[in-house]
Write a protein that binds this ligand. Structure first.
Ligand SMILES: [Ca+2]
Length: 167
């Protein structure tokens, strides 16, 4: 009986010592998280330009995450209610899910009304949450996936958060 309790005490001591060792490990500085909030009018900033310039410079050596500003909050519905086709109703940044854009859209094949991004000449789908492709560098532009000449009747705006981490 006595040896059992001694063993238990030894285990407890070992646990305390191990904890102490972990506590003494050198402190690593956590990465700095840069966060920006961008409003993306579904009509585009002007009648003849559908692309909103986020003024965020995307770099190949860093990961950039673009998402609805509520995407990180568990249980929170998306903040964005916008539409490239108002009679069909509003959507979040995923657009009309499964309704594929035709050849005349900014990004053919992606869902109609989803959030899309552009860096240099590269255009890519984003939706409610996505990472910017790692092979592009330049200013990040955002837009709704509609076709030129069809932006004027759009409604709402994207509530977008762009996050990146650096050492
Ligand atoms: Ca439209």
């Amino acid at each position: 009986m006595k040896s059992k309790s001694t063993a238990a005490i030894l285990l407890l001591l070992a646990a305390i010592v191990t904890q102490g060792d972990l506590g003494a490990a050198p402190v690593r500085r956590p990465p700095v998280r840069d966060v920006s909030y961008v409003t993306v009018p579904c009509t585009g900033p002007t009648a003849d330009d559908p692309w909103t310039n986020t003024k965020i410079w995307v770099r190949k050596d860093r990961q950039f995450i673009v998402q609805d500003k509520n995407a990180e909050v568990v249980g929170q519905p998306p903040a964005t209610h916008w539409s490239v086709d108002a009679p069909a109703g509003t959507t979040d940044l995923d657009g009309f899910k499964g309704r594929k854009a035709g050849a005349n859209f900014l990004l053919p094949g992606a869902d109609v009304g989803c959030l899309i991004g552009k860096v240099d000449k590269e255009i890519f789908a984003l939706g409610n949450k996505a990472t910017v492709p790692g092979n592009v560098e330049g200013y990040l532009f955002l837009a709704a996936n509609d076709y030129p000449g069809a932006f004027h009747d759009n409604t709402g705006a994207g509530d977008v958060m762009v996050a990146s981490e650096r050492p």
